[in-house]
Design a binder for this molecule. Structure first.
Ligand SMILES: [Zn+2]
Length: 431
């Protein structure tokens, strides 16, 4: 089972100066920055997935969802996605490079934002190895398997559009002499209807199917969907799980002949999860999670800046506490000593992060106490010192500090590496 990372222009500055919190002088974004597969050996994923909606703005797609500038899009199409993502050369030549449409970006619209022709040309021009036909997400998934007439007209329309596009897309790909392997996306309102869609896609000629709309579904429902699919389709048909958000449940899904899946969750957890920010594999083959230590930049953190502007906090005092918290963390990393005074320095600064966040002093004290306990565990176990990945070796204690993109994304890249190994070990065990 291959793990693909869904790229959203995630790179960091390899020469970032952590002590002074700045890029090297003359640093050029993208050109001087490096992707996880450049910083880490082995690369922390088996392939990359790029969504067309992140690259090209389409009618009805909010500009905020587009991550590439026009010139970056043009360069990707001119040089090819491999070169653009610096994911080429002998080292990566067998790694997958999959394109999809990023159907979430246009989910509110009656029709997909791109036509099959536009999508086919995009994948072919960028040199993807695999590409999904433009689908239209159906969010409902009713395990009671209602008939189509029991569903809204909109649901039926989305089902039809997805299959009609798939038919057209396959025809166009064939005419272009298969510049990439096409994937037929499965959309449906129930396990049964998804299985029916899968059989239709097989009949059209698809050998690789992509299961969409999984993001909001509970683990049990995903099981029901995959069981229904596997009963209906040929054993040799490949399955890709699009946007698999239940990354840490992957061991439950090894029995369905899933060829590949993509997820962003290990990277996002580094800065979006309230507690599980840093992954480490435990001796039992499971994952342990640690809280990162929040020491945000006083003069950039929204909450702190608001407090400063409203005259509730003093900028100088905050910056002093921030520096003391950072110093304490670094000293603790070097010596492993004075855990309580390190925690004091961190808590003193964090006090301002929770201020005004929760109702009243009592709530505030409770929130702080909870946070302090979580951080105590991180400090006691020093997971960043136990990890041998290239990121942790290079960044040391900085990787566990929750603070701006260069640290947070590094921690996310580390998580990808741990997760990738976790997937491989889980699969080996099952063999
Ligand atoms: Zn690491």
């Amino acid at each position: 089972m291959k793990f693909l990372y869904s790229d959203t222009q995630d790179y960091v500055d390899p020469n970032y100066d952590f002590l002074n919190d700045r890029n090297k002088i003359g640093h050029k974004r993208y050109w001087d920055d490096q992707y996880a597969h450049e910083l880490m050996d082995p690369a922390p994923y088996d392939g990359l997935l790029v969504s067309m909606s992140a690259v090209r703005q389409a009618e009805g797609v909010a500009k905020s969802k587009v991550r590439y500038s026009t010139s970056e899009e043009q360069r990707m199409l001119r040089d090819g996605a491999r070169k653009f993502l610096r994911f080429g050369g002998p080292k990566f030549k067998d790694r997958m490079l999959m394109g999809d449409c990023g159907a979430f970006a246009y989910v509110e619209h009656p029709k997909p934002a791109y036509s099959p022709m536009e999508v086919m040309e995009f994948y072919a021009d960028a040199g993807f190895t695999h590409g999904c036909s433009p689908d239209h997400i159906i969010f409902e998934c009713d395990t009671a398997n209602p008939s189509r007439s029991e569903m809204s007209k909109q649901v039926g329309d989305r089902y039809d559009i997805t299959l009609k596009n798939a038919h057209e897309f396959l025809k166009l790909t064939k005419e272009e002499d298969w510049p990439f392997e096409p994937l037929g996306p499965i959309q449906g309102w129930s396990p049964q209807s998804m299985a029916e869609a899968a059989v239709e896609l097989e009949k059209m000629g698809y050998r690789y199917l992509a299961v969409g709309g999984l993001v909001p579904l509970k683990v049990e429902v995903i099981h029901e969907v995959l069981q229904a699919l596997r009963r209906a389709i040929k054993p040799e048909t490949d399955i890709h799980l699009l946007g698999f958000a239940k990354a840490d449940k992957i061991h439950e899904f090894t029995g369905y002949g899933v060829t590949s899946f993509d997820s962003t969750s290990p990277l996002l957890a580094a800065f979006k999860d309230a507690k599980k920010n840093y992954y480490l594999e435990n001796p039992n083959g499971g994952l342990d999670y640690y809280t990162a230590v929040r020491i945000p930049q006083a003069i950039e953190n929204t909450r702190l800046v608001r407090g400063i502007k409203e005259g509730r906090f003093s900028a100088e005092a905050l910056q002093k506490m921030e520096a003391q918290a950072l110093d304490a963390m670094r000293a603790y990393h070097r010596t492993g000593m004075a855990i309580d005074s390190t925690l004091d320095a961190i808590t003193e600064y964090q006090h301002f992060l929770v201020k005004g966040n929760v109702g009243g002093d009592e709530e505030e004290a409770k929130a702080l106490k909870k946070q302090r306990e979580l951080i105590r565990r991180t400090l006691e176990e020093k997971p960043w010192q136990r990890c041998g990945c290239d990121i942790c070796k290079q960044a040391g204690v900085e990787v566990i500090i929750f603070r701006a993109s260069n640290r947070n994304k590094r921690r996310g890249m580390h998580n990808l590496g741990v997760y990738h190994q976790h997937v491989q070990r889980t699969l080996n065990k099952k063999k």
